[in-house]
Design a protein around this ligand. Sequence first.
Ligand code: NAD
Length: 414
Amino acid sequence: MVRIAILGLGNRGRRYAYQLKRCPNAEITAVCEKKPEHLEGARLYLDLPPQNAFLSDAEFFSRGKLADAIVIATQDRDHYGHAVAALNAGYHVLLEKPVSPALSECEEIAALARKKNLAVVVCHVLRYSPFYNEIKRTIDSGAIGDIVSVNDTENVGYWHFSHSYVRGNWRREDETGPSILAKCCHDLDIIYYFTGQKCAEVFSSGSRKLFLPRNMPDGAADYCLAPCPRAKTCPYDVKKIYLAPTLHTLPRMGAHIRLITGLAKPKPKDLKEALKTSPYGRCVYKCDNDVMENQNVALRLENGINANLTMTAFSRGCFRRLHISGTKGEIIGIDGKSKFKINVFGGASKTVRVRWGGFSGHFGGDRMLIRDFVEFLETGKVTERLSLIDTTLESHRAAFAAEESRKTGKAVSL
Ligand SMILES: NC(=O)c1ccc[n+]([C@@H]2O[C@H](COP(=O)([O-])OP(=O)(O)OC[C@H]3O[C@@H](n4cnc5c(N)ncnc54)[C@H](O)[C@@H]3O)[C@@H](O)[C@H]2O)c1
């Protein structure tokens, strides 16, 4: 039986608690969360004694090793301190992405893990979902020959972008890092995973076009529920996004409501009340956001493969569209659809259907990540998709280089 602690029981930490509870060979032995109500909810859910539930990270780490491994699901800028403390305490680590918004800190964590002979696995969850797994298997089978190019469009979704990158936690580069790292380290990792080739050179450009004060409709209120005279025609009105969820927004509502209200078990009236004053209730044209809304990254990989990544806020749904061209054929697919197409040049076209991984949990990626991590702890088995820190550094280096290129207007060699 593998013993695991969790640090940070917000949106991500709770999901891992849920998945770990379902793992027959894992046991959660301690939790740490600075919000008392969230901590107590998790403690009761996991049936832990009060002495194994900590409100303070300092107190948690002062108690010595309470598990074999720790899940770190705190915010981006806390990862470094928490990962260093965990490695020094002797824990293997499952670390949320991005590793850190500073490349030097990412490298320090990797070096410390090597020195301590401990594993740091990073939550690049896409690798573990049936859709990406099956594409990887298809590529490795040689069905499309050698890869020539990869085109990936990360459609963040207008409502999701407004939630996380305009009103929410990832809106400011100085607080959490650039959006190409926060959102697209997954995509850069998938490009590396599919091709096995490191990035040699990168060029990137980006823009902010909409979520700016100059686009504010005349007379718009500071908060949508003020009320705002422009609410009726505004797609970002909180009534549309949070109080009347659509098929697209519904799967994330549970996490959104907890985040906005700050309550562990919020009721619908709590959400409405919170939106009157919460940062999530603000007019999208009057926020203090500065991360890119749209960014293109052109990568030249080491063996000459070209890869293109586009991240855009402006789509209705949240999905990634992939087109992988090989010397003998191509793969075309959308991750939310649980299927992709293989066209073999001069041969057959085939639609490959993959298991539906569910609305939330990254199409089954969260569940399989936990399984691989637990199996690794139990047996030492390193599956090909297990994103250990040294592998992860490739996606992060590419993201930092893309950001440098966007800012300088010049291509960056790695
Ligand atoms: N893998 C993915 O696809 C994915 C998706 C979303 C978010 N993330 C990443 O996961 C991480 C967590 O994101 P989230 O949405 O769960 O955030 P969140 O704010 O919902 O959760 C973080 C939790 O950590 C707690 N916390 C912070 N500092 C603490 C401390 N010192 N001691 C104890 N508890 C502390 C907070 O109170 C909060 O409950 C972030 O780094 C984020 O970028 C990854």
